[in-house]
Design a binder for this molecule. Structure first.
Ligand code: QAP
Ligand code: CO
Length: 167
């Protein structure tokens, strides 16, 4: 089932996600719906916050053939270096806008998989950028928060105008 994606500046995107209690069939259904929603929208990552479910749950797929789904439940993250790298980021909740954001180049992630089994991963490159971007969503943060208020306000006004035209 494809879920509606919240768009900036929807205040629900500012909600802090709660940890998943048990990885049961309801959670697995949400994971599957999020993957379907992400693939349908041509995204590489989606956090539960973006589909108005306020649980610590992220899906991603960075593969060319879109056949390598990644699931992160209750993820925690530690930077592995102080150097930051710039990357041109976008977001399914900020459609049509891409801006450069700097983040730690290497991170370690601990999370549960789709079966509720713990795993650890060290990431760099796009994987590191994407997981940090998605984990920000779980704490109510968006990539536009790293931009100047001038840039953020311009994006906000353009999206609000589009939302009015759509309504
Ligand atoms: C986060 O973003 C990300 O504006 C995932 O019109 C993006 O999947 C992390 C998308 C880039 C690191 C680098 C955006 C699709 C998808 C749009 C996405 C759009 C259509 C964004
Ligand atoms: Co995003």
């Amino acid at each position: 089932m494809i879920l509606p994606i919240l768009e900036f500046p929807d205040p629900r995107l500012r909600t802090k996600a709660k940890p998943v209690g048990e990885v049961d069939s309801n959670i697995r259904k949400l994971v599957d719906d999020m993957l379907e929603t992400m693939y349908d929208a041509q995204g590489i990552g989606l956090a539960a916050t973006q589909v108005d479910h306020h649980l610590q749950l992220i899906v991603m797929d960075l593969s060319d053939d879109k056949n390598e789904p990644l699931v992160f439940i209750n993820p925690s993250l530690a930077p592995l270096c102080v150097d930051k790298v710039p990357y041109d980021e976008g977001c399914l909740s900020v459609p049509g806008f891409y801006e450069t954001v700097e983040r730690p180049a290497r991170v370690r992630i601990n999370a549960l998989d789709r079966e509720g089994k713990p795993f650890e991963l060290q990431a760099e490159g796009l994987l590191a950028v994407c997981i940090q971007h998605e984990m920000d969503h779980l704490s109510g943060k968006l990539f536009v928060d790293y931009l100047s208020s001038l840039k953020r306000d311009r994006i906000k006004k353009k999206l609000e105008k589009q939302h009015k035209l759509q309504a």
